[in-house]
Design a protein around this ligand. Structure first.
Ligand SMILES: [Zn+2]
Length: 157
């Protein structure tokens, strides 16, 4: 895998909120949970995960953060103008989640590695990615994948 990543400026759909993702995200998942469906107004949330230190120039004046009941440690930001996802923060802001639709160049992102909360899906996915169901399984797999992603980043330095 190439370590080259051209920084991208992410934004909500109306560009009122912007930020720069400076390194290749450490993970990418497709989450089918009902909260992600509500948050994105789509069938699922195709989202990248980055470390806080990899994201800069946060301009989130028009982002309103809200916490749903589960998972309890994710703060999801919606744009107050376009009402579309702006950015999400997990683990007290140490992890930054960005829906892939908020990137100008989705092709430069890592491929998604799994489906989460697949039992909540609106539609079947025609791919070979692993599909995990429910909170316990989904949470366990995301923690594992992020740990691997972080290890790769740290060991590269
Ligand atoms: Zn907006």
């Amino acid at each position: 895998m190439s370590s080259e990543f051209t920084p991208q400026e992410g934004s909500c759909s109306c560009y009122s909120n912007t930020y720069t993702v400076n390194n290749k995200p450490i993970g990418r998942f497709i989450c089918h949970c009902t909260i992600c469906q509500e948050f994105t107004s789509q069938a699922y949330n195709d989202v990248t995960v980055s470390m806080k230190s990899d994201v800069s120039n946060l301009n989130l004046i028009r982002t309103k953060f809200r916490r749903w009941k589960l998972p309890p440690n994710i703060s999801r930001g919606l744009c107050t103008r376009c009402n579309k996802p702006s950015i999400e923060m997990a683990l007290g802001g140490n992890l930054i989640l960005v829906p892939t639709t908020n990137y100008p160049d989705i092709a430069a992102l890592p491929e998604p590695t799994m489906h989460l909360y697949y039992n909540r899906r609106v539609e079947d996915m025609d791919d070979d990615l692993p599909k995990y169901n429910g909170f316990v399984q989904s949470q366990a797999m995301i923690v594992k994948a992020l740990a691997q992603g972080m290890f790769k980043r740290v060991s590269k330095r």
